[in-house]
Design a binder for this molecule. Structure first.
Ligand SMILES: [Ca+2]
Ligand SMILES: [Ca+2]
Length: 320
């Protein structure tokens, strides 16, 4: 009878501690592998079908158009970037500045920056971004935002003007003006004799408010020209009423025409009924665009041209 040596031929079982240790090691390994796979998939984003990419693109374009529809002025306008301001959204009477930008590198992100804050990604994996916006006609006024204080500005006759740093529409400076005697008007002006062209239509405007809580003031912006043939002529916007510490955009389109030689020309803001005082900021005088303005935006998310999205909106404030 053959005897078997148990120690030589049999197999010992695993202890509970060994099993638990092995399971723990395996779970750590699996967790590491799965996160690596997840990162790799996310980086390539190969799962994005043209239809899914088009949905992402459509959401981005819709949000951009919702911002730009209410643009009141444009700053930087280039092939891949658009900067514009929109009316105050947070109740501080200061407009908000929004910038959309794409690097131009296929696969880069379309970004949005709000009031110079963090650059946020709107949508990833952008392969094309186009718009029909043109550089705005330049503002013909100098120191139009009053950030250089009273430089290039003067009070209208019978008024006094000061630099202002507390009540502002944008930045840190505006102008404050007040009448000298009870029957005068307050207002400011800038010499535009070198800029103005006979028979050209201009858009003029300024942000205005006042300090006193008395009844609203009637105010207007205008081009005031004196020529040898036409004498003293004023081309004014409508009259707007302004209230206490609530900046209002006072604007109009005017076409100054005169005969003979031009003797003087001023962009002016003034009251219409012996108003006492005014704050003035962000003044404008520029050639008026000839037609209604649409913002058309195109976006392609992902490398497949089938995801191309194109949409547009009428700019409510015709700010270009
Ligand atoms: Ca604001
Ligand atoms: Ca300012």
């Amino acid at each position: 009878m053959k005897r078997f040596n148990h120690r030589q031929t049999g197999r010992r079982g695993y202890t509970l501690i060994e099993l638990i240790t092995a399971l723990l090691a395996a779970s750590v390994l699996i967790a590491g592998l799965s996160s690596t796979i997840f990162i790799a998939v996310k980086a390539s984003d190969t799962s994005l079908t043209p239809a899914a990419a088009a949905i992402k693109g459509n959401i981005a374009v819709t949000n951009l158009l919702a911002d730009i529809e209410f643009a009141e002025s444009f700053g930087e306008v280039s092939a891949n970037s658009i900067t514009f301001s929109v009316p105050d959204r947070d109740g501080d009477s200061i407009s908000e500045t929004i910038r959309y930008s794409w690097s131009g590198t296929p696969g880069g992100s379309l970004t949005r920056q709000y009031n110079g804050g963090t650059v946020a990604k709107v949508v990833h994996d952008v392969y094309a971004f186009q718009h029909n916006l043109v550089s705005p006609f330049p503002n013909l006024l100098s120191n139009a935002d009053m950030e250089a204080g009273t430089t290039d500005w003067e009070a209208i006759p019978d008024a006094t003007m000061l630099g202002e740093t507390t009540v502002v529409h944008s930045g840190t400076s505006s102008l404050y003006c007040y009448r000298n005697t009870a029957n005068d008007e307050s207002g400011v002006r800038q010499d535009v004799k070198a800029q103005i062209v006979n028979g050209t239509q201009y858009k003029i405007g300024a942000w205005l408010t006042k300090w006193s809580a008395s009844s609203p003031y009637g105010v207007k912006v205008q081009l005031h020209v004196v020529s040898s043939g036409g004498g003293d002529q004023v081309f004014s916007s409508d009259v707007f009423n302004i209230d206490k510490l609530d900046f209002k955009w006072v604007t109009g389109t005017v076409t100054p025409t005169w005969s003979g030689s031009l003797l003087s020309a001023y962009w002016e803001v003034c009251g219409v009924s012996s108003i006492q005082e005014l704050y003035v900021d962000d003044a404008l005088m520029r050639i008026n665009p000839p037609t209604d303005q649409n913002a058309n935006i195109s976006l392609q998310v992902g490398s497949d041209p089938g995801s191309w999205i194109e949409s547009g909106v009428l700019l409510r404030n015709s700010p270009l």
